[in-house]
Design a protein around this ligand. Structure first.
Ligand code: PMP
Ligand code: GLN
Length: 383
């Protein structure tokens, strides 16, 4: 038989699936893959159930390809309210199967074979896979641990005449970094100088702590004209399994995104979109408790790790914490295996998020989107 696609044959199972599988196999507490072990709000689950009963209104049939209009309207209203950003529901917002689909269609919509795309490592794993599936080349630039800072000379050196885009992620998984306005302006100016697009993954936009503030790069200067802003309800409403995300961009860019989306999935779960439209309308009353719940979990877990003689890096955003490996000379993969078998706790080895630097080998990534009792049990095992 002929071989499968050369690009696809180079792909491995995602580290998230691998670690969750290992956690189950060894009955370890799973602090690896990023998802809550508790349910999203019960009122929202009720809205979904109600939408399922609206079959007579066609809510169990295909949704419009760009997304249910009431959801696009809610998304648009929230961008205006939180960031003074204007996205037209009709022409600039496309509902996708989670942010993952938005990341993928951005690559397919923008890239030609041979184009270059800058990725900041450590990166979310689907960026490079999406770039490669479009036949383009990922150019890694390292966010240097432990502060995950950019070296601006290194960043500019990665840009050139072939640079079509940069994938940006703030708040950043796995480091927890929240990019400042100054950093975003410098990145935006580089994208402008090299006439590149900005694909901005903002799925943790509402998970910021203490004085960290999330700023969408599309809201700064005139960067919006070259930016695709991506987000997802998976993190914000703790329902990662519903896979409702979106991509917002100017009309011509959105048209290209919609063409890929149309021939990729055509449309996204109709009843889940109807429910999420209601959820986004209620976001103001939902967010305070959401934020305080995660702030408390962050404190509990970081404090607990410190008591276990770890030295975690407190994240400014996201529900992840990077932690240097205490044993010198042990790589992240070896250490994660040891943690699972000996301590019954699963973490992510971050080297999976790098193409170039070896920084990831010295860290573990834990997810604290877990019940307090799960976090306490994990800390007990780690002690
Ligand atoms: N981007 C980042 C940075 C993520 O961490 C994740 C998933 N956790 C995604 C995108 C994918 O989001 P979704 O589940 O909505 O596809
Ligand atoms: N984004 C999640 C994480 O970082 C995992 C998502 C997935 O498994 N595809 O853990």
């Amino acid at each position: 038989m002929k071989e499968v696609s050369q690009i696809v044959s180079g792909f491995k199972e995602s580290i998230f699936a691998t670690m969750s599988h290992l956690a189950n196999q060894h009955q370890a507490i799973n602090l690896s893959q990023g998802f809550p072990d508790f349910d999203g709000p019960s009122w929202l689950i009720q809205e979904h159930k109600k939408a399922l009963d609206l079959g007579h209104q066609g809510k169990n049939q295909y949704a419009p390809s760009p997304g249910v209009l009431s959801l696009r309207q809610s998304i648009s209203e929230n961008y205006r309210k939180f960031y003074q950003l204007e996205f037209s529901p009709e022409t600039e917002i496309t509902v996708t199967n989670g942010a993952t689909e938005a990341i993928f269609i951005s690559a397919l919509a923008l890239l030609n074979p041979g184009d270059e795309v800058v990725v900041l490592e450590p990166f979310y794993d689907s960026y490079v896979a999406s770039i490669e599936m479009a036949g383009a080349v990922a150019i890694p630039v390292t966010l240097h641990a432990p502060q995950f800072e950019l070296n601006w000379q290194e960043l500019e050196a990665a840009f050139g005449s072939k640079t079509k885009a940069i994938y940006l992620n703030s708040p950043h998984n796995p480091s927890g970094k929240v990019f400042t306005k100054e950093e975003l302006v410098r990145i935006g100016n580089l994208a402008k100088k090299y006439d590149s697009y900005i694909i901005s993954d903002e799925v943790y936009e509402f998970l910021t702590f203490e004085d960290a503030v999330h700023i969408p790069i599309a809201s700064l200067e005139d960067f919006g004209e070259r930016t695709i802003t991506i987000s997802s309800t998976g993190k914000t409403f703790g329902l990662t399994g519903w896979k409702i995300g979106w991509a917002c961009a100017p009309p011509a860019l959105s048209h290209a995104l919609r063409m890929v989306h149309q021939f990729n999935v055509f449309s996204v779960s109709h009843p889940a979109q109807v429910a999420m439209a209601c959820a986004l309308k209620r976001i103001d009353s939902y967010l305070p408790e959401f934020r305080s719940t995660y702030s408390k979990k962050r404190e509990l877990f970081i404090e607990g790790l410190r008591n276990c003689n770890f030295n975690p890096l407190a994240p400014a955003g996201t529900y992840f914490v990077m932690c240097p490996i205490p044993d010198q000379g042990t790589t992240d993969i070896e250490y994660c295996k040891k943690l699972i078998t000996e301590k019954k706790v699963a973490a992510i080895p971050p080297s999976a998020f790098y193409l170039k630097a070896k920084d990831g080998e010295r860290y573990l990534r834990f997810c604290f989107a877990k019940k307090d009792e799960t976090l306490m049990a994990a800390l007990k095992n780690l002690a």
